[in-house]
Ligand binder design. Structure first.
Ligand SMILES: Cc1cc2nc3c(=O)[nH]c(=O)nc-3n(C[C@H](O)[C@H](O)[C@H](O)COP(=O)(O)OP(=O)(O)OC[C@H]3O[C@@H](n4cnc5c(N)ncnc54)[C@H](O)[C@@H]3O)c2cc1C
Length: 424
């Protein structure tokens, strides 16, 4: 079993993407995942000089290793956003999440990137009459307020979405789809480099200093002066370069296993319609089929970002064979894990802190939203767009968290597991 993302094993990072650190740039982007690349794409397209630095490899964070599952909405749920912020903010945010899905589809389908868009919708899976009622209420609510064409699938039709006996109800969102995350993010990185952006790997930003003419960022490779700085570090945010930002974002782990290729017939017996799926729980699982007929299953036993990969593989395989016992003999070929960023309100944010802009906090909905927020932030900075809706909402920390190691993840995981067991 390989301890690397299947996607990166399947499609490696192109050579020749990176350069040395320049001394100055109009825009410095810290973090080379989809947020940074999307912002960089728009800025360099507008004729600006752009430098994107990463402490590790280019697009080596969550963007190249995720589940590749794309659908609208934010983690908190637009219903919560409506209750907190009212109809204008909720409708603008919903429209932005819908655009995020289209943006990824457009980038992924472009011939220079070809990120294997896997149409087939997104489905939340569940069991029993209580789940059916919950799905019914959810669909009605979203239909009435946001005009979605989602549907509830009951036991009569569940085999169009998922095989096996474990699940018997689903909430189906037809606009959802799957993408190959390594092809998407490495392809976008290659495009941005071709357009003239400078990409620098192994270049951690350690501090930011505001000066009269702009901003100086100290990096592990030396200083760079920038007109504006964008922090796009999401789940990999630490106290460097911004201690203040670290207080606002909690890094949570997510882990994935991939089976060996199962062949078309066997993969179709699990996912007949090609939908991306997930279980609607606090410690949820997500599952999909790949272009080469593997089954991928992700999730976590605990919210901690540092779980042992062998233990994670064992736990995830247990979920896999609970859902589909016929997969008990399928070899697990890959296990990997990465970090996602969870803000306390479970809503993405664009903001300004310590003399830099930032866009992050997608909490597992980041494939579309990272592309969208990067695009929206760049539009704001170019004065082409009005302020993004994500910059209008408060971004608060909590008195009990000063950044660094989030002590509350273990008790929260215990609580979530217990509530999931009770089905509440
Ligand atoms: C295992 C997993 C599965 C997921 N599945 C899905 C899914 O199916 N659907 C979905 O919508 N979302 C999913 N997500 C979430 C999604 O992948 C992320 O929200 C999204 O990729 C975030 O993109 P980003 O560019 O903001 O951050 P990242 O891609 O994580 O990039 C951040 C980068 O910042 C760099 N960095 C950090 N600090 C510094 C510094 N000081 N100096 C320089 N560089 C720095 C890091 O090295 C990293 O490369 C998943 C996440 C994980 C981990």
């Amino acid at each position: 079993m390989k301890h690397i993302p299947f996607w990166v094993d399947d499609h490696s990072r192109p050579d020749g993407l990176t350069s040395d650190l320049p001394k100055e740039t109009e825009y410095l982007i810290v973090g080379s995942g989809l947020t940074g690349l999307s912002a960089g794409h728009r800025l360099v397209g507008a004729g600006k000089t752009v430098t994107i630095i990463d402490s590790g490899e280019i697009a080596g964070g969550a963007s190249s290793m995720n589940g590749g599952m794309v659908s609208p909405d934010v983690k908190a749920g637009i219903r919560t956003v409506l209750a907190y912020y009212g109809p204008r903010i909720a409708h603008e945010m919903w429209a932005s999440t819908v655009r995020s899905v289209e943006l990824v589809r457009e980038i992924g389908k472009s011939p220079d990137i070809d990120a294997v868009i896997h149409e087939g919708g997104m489905a939340a899976l569940g069991r029993g009459s209580r789940k059916l009622k919950e799905f019914d209420q959810t669909v009605q609510w979203y239909r009435n307020r946001f005009g979605v064409d989602w549907e509830v699938i009951d036991a009569r039709d569940i085999d169009k979405i998922v095989g096996g006996d474990h699940f018997n109800v689903a909430l189906f969102e037809p606009e959802g789809f799957g993408v190959h995350p390594a092809r998407l993010s490495f392809g976008l990185a290659a495009r941005v480099a071709r357009q003239g952006a400078v990409l620098v790997d192994d270049c951690e930003a350690v501090s930011i200093e505001r000066r009269s003419t702009g901003t100086r960022v100290q990096t592990k490779r030396g200083p760079i002066d920038a007109g504006e700085v964008i922090l796009a570090t999401n789940g990999y945010t630490t106290r460097q370069p911004s201690r203040e930002l670290d207080r606002l974002i909690v890094s949570v782990g997510s882990y994935i296993i991939a089976t060996e290729p199962l062949g078309e017939a066997r993969a179709s017996s699990v996912f007949p319609g090609g939908a991306m799926t997930y279980t609607r729980k606090r410690l949820l699982n997500y599952q999909r089929r790949t272009h080469d007929d593997r089954i991928i299953l992700g999730g976590r036993r605990s919210l901690h970002p540092g779980l042992d990969l062998k233990d994670s593989a064992r736990d995830l395989r247990q979920s896999l064979i609970t859902y589909w016992p016929t997969l008990a003999d399928a070899e697990i070929t890959h296990v990997w894990g990465g970090k996602l960023a969870v803000p306390f309100d479970l809503t993405p944010h664009i903001g300004r802190i310590d003399g830099a802009w930032y866009a992050m906090g997608y909490a597992g909905h980041g494939v579309g939203l990272s592309c969208q927020l990067g695009h929206e932030l760049a539009g704001m900075l170019l004065d082409e767009d009005p302020p993004s809706v994500y910059s209008e909402i408060e971004h608060d920390g909590r008195f009990y968290y000063t950044g660094g190691r989030p002590w509350f993840l273990t008790p929260a995981s215990h609580l979530y597991r217990a509530l999931d067991k009770l089905g509440v």
